[in-house]
Design a protein around this ligand. Structure first.
Ligand code: FAD
Length: 454
């Protein structure tokens, strides 16, 4: 849920509220289990093998199946949706982690328009899959509200400029909402006005991931859990032949041999393909859930998903069982749930001080994967060896789009040319993380100064 790479390293502070959130995510606690079997020592053959059961892997399997190809094995190291896909804020909206202004400047209007429009089609495809497979993932068609944290003339101007750019360059309407209306929807004085993106929804991402996996399984795709890929190697189709296939060896024993491999391990991929791992930073972000709140006490009176216009913004929403699901911050540190709860409770109280006594029941983190250019990395390392990663903090629709592009590319259509600009450039390991931290500290300081001046 973040537009930029940021790193927060702050000591926890007591918020005066007893905090005993569980390590389990709210999503795990509220989704029906749908376990899939492991590979467990078997040797399988398939047309396609997919490494990673997040949205990128699942969407590609779904897009292939929708094009008549079901001879796919999907290998997931833990369980489906274990990574960012089953831990996220649940916002489903168009666009990428890279801001639309930057996309436009970097690749020009026609290509930027076409990529941005494709993410909006991906939102529609998610809706269609929810309906087609009857996935009861608490989808709420409330739009997304981008809130003005600063409420200053400069930030009003910047928001108006965003609205104009989206309308004129991308043909997308984000509707202005005045401060009074915002205060009716949210019981806080924190914000000025907002922009409402109507064509957005929020959902329970883990139920969606598990539902999609179950639908794939019913269609004949083999979804295998607890089956982490360890090594991928090319293998000649016949002794002495120059044609090769790919063999994926797993940690649980056994292997899958296939014409094509897609590696979609996000920020969780480790020691499998250095070319991919060296091109993205795994960055953590955090989420908490409150206990359910009585309607009279609830400060959120809109079905919209909510986020603000700081670089390091809060993102939150009212769940169907009347909790607040609150996310924020990004860090190179994977913190435990107690520390996460302390940090995010403080953020929550900055916006809704009246919630001082409210209990947090769950707190967790997840890893995003970020490229330096903040756009997804999608392509081929060698003939038949495909990858999709670096969807950053804005990946629900783009992973779905990646599935469409990859399925078409595997069947012979070229990937969009504009993607070539966003390749596997090095993130420079630890130095890259430090650079990200420096960039974040600077952005946070800038936002704090703007806040002081308003
Ligand atoms: C806390 C949080 C909040 C976010 N909020 C939003 C939001 O509200 N809206 C939005 O659009 N985006 C959001 N994002 C971003 C979005 O969730 C991601 O961009 C997207 O889910 C990435 O999907 P993925 O499939 O690439 O990676 P992941 O979902 O991380 O999936 C990768 C999977 O690969 C598996 N894996 C790794 N290595 C192996 C291996 N060797 N073998 C087999 N399997 C392996 C992992 O276990 C994992 O399940 C958020 C991210 C986080 C972390």
């Amino acid at each position: 849920m973040h537009g930029g790479i940021i790193v927060a390293v702050e000591p926890p502070r007591r918020s005066g509220v007893p905090l005993s959130p569980t390590e389990q995510t709210y999503y795990e606690a509220s989704a029906a289990a749908r376990p899939m079997p492991p590979l467990a020592g078997r040797q399988l053959q398939a047309r396609t093998v997919i490494v990673g059961g997040g949205f990128a892997g699942l969407a590609t399997a779904a897009s292939l199946a929708e094009r008549g190809e079901r001879d796919t094995v999907l290998l997931e190291a833990a369980s489906v949706g274990h990574g960012a896909s089953g831990r996220n804020g649940g916002f489903v909206f168009g666009g990428f982690s890279l801001e639309p202004e930057d996309l436009l400047r970097q690749i020009g209007a026609p290509a930027a328009r076409s990529l941005y429009a494709a993410t909006r089609e991906a939102v529609a495809l998610i809706r269609a899959r929810i309906a087609a497979h009857g996935i009861a993932c608490d989808a709420v068609e409330g739009g997304a509200l981008w809130l003005d944290w600063f409420n200053s003339p400069a930030s009003r101007q910047a928001m108006a400029a965003r609205q104009t750019l989206l309308q004129e360059q991308f043909g997308v309407c984000w509707q202005p909402v005045g401060p009074q209306q915002v205060r009716q929807w949210l019981q806080t004085e924190r914000y000025g006005g907002a922009l409402l993106e109507r064509d957005a929804l929020h959902f329970h991402p883990l139920v969606y991931a598990r539902g999609l996996a179950a639908a794939l399984h019913e269609q004949g795709v083999q979804v295998l859990e607890r089956s982490g890929a360890m090594r991928i190697e090319a293998e000649p189709t016949r002794p002495g032949s120059s044609d090769s296939r790919w063999r994926v060896h797993t940690a649980c024993g056994g292997s899958v041999c296939a014409e094509r491999v897609l590696v979609a391990g996000g920020g969780y991929l480790k020691r499998v393909l250095p070319a991919l791992e060296g091109a993205r930073l795994p960055i953590a972000t955090y989420v908490v859930a409150t206990e359910p709140l009585a309607d009279a006490q609830h400060p959120i009176r809109t079905p919209a998903a909510l986020y603000d216009n700081r670089f390091a913004f809060d993102y939150y929403r009212r769940t169907v069982d009347d909790r607040i699901l609150w996310g924020g911050r990004i860090s190179i540190l994977q913190r435990d749930s107690r520390r996460i709860a302390h940090l995010l409770k403080r953020d929550l109280l900055r916006v809704f001080p009246q919630l001082q006594g409210v209990r947090l029941t769950h707190a967790w983190g997840g890893l995003m994967s970020y490229a330096r250019h903040q756009m997804p990395q999608i392509g081929q390392l060698a003939p038949g060896l495909w990858y999709a990663q670096a969807f950053g903090g804005h990946g629900v629709a783009p992973t779905t789009l990646a599935g469409e592009w990859l399925a078409e590319a595997m069947q012979g259509t070229d990937l969009p040319q504009a993607l070539q600009r966003y390749g596997l450039s090095s993130v420079f390991g630890a130095a890259g993380l430090l650079a990200a931290q420096a960039r974040y500290s600077w952005a946070e300081l800038r936002d704090a100064l703007k806040d002081e001046r308003r």
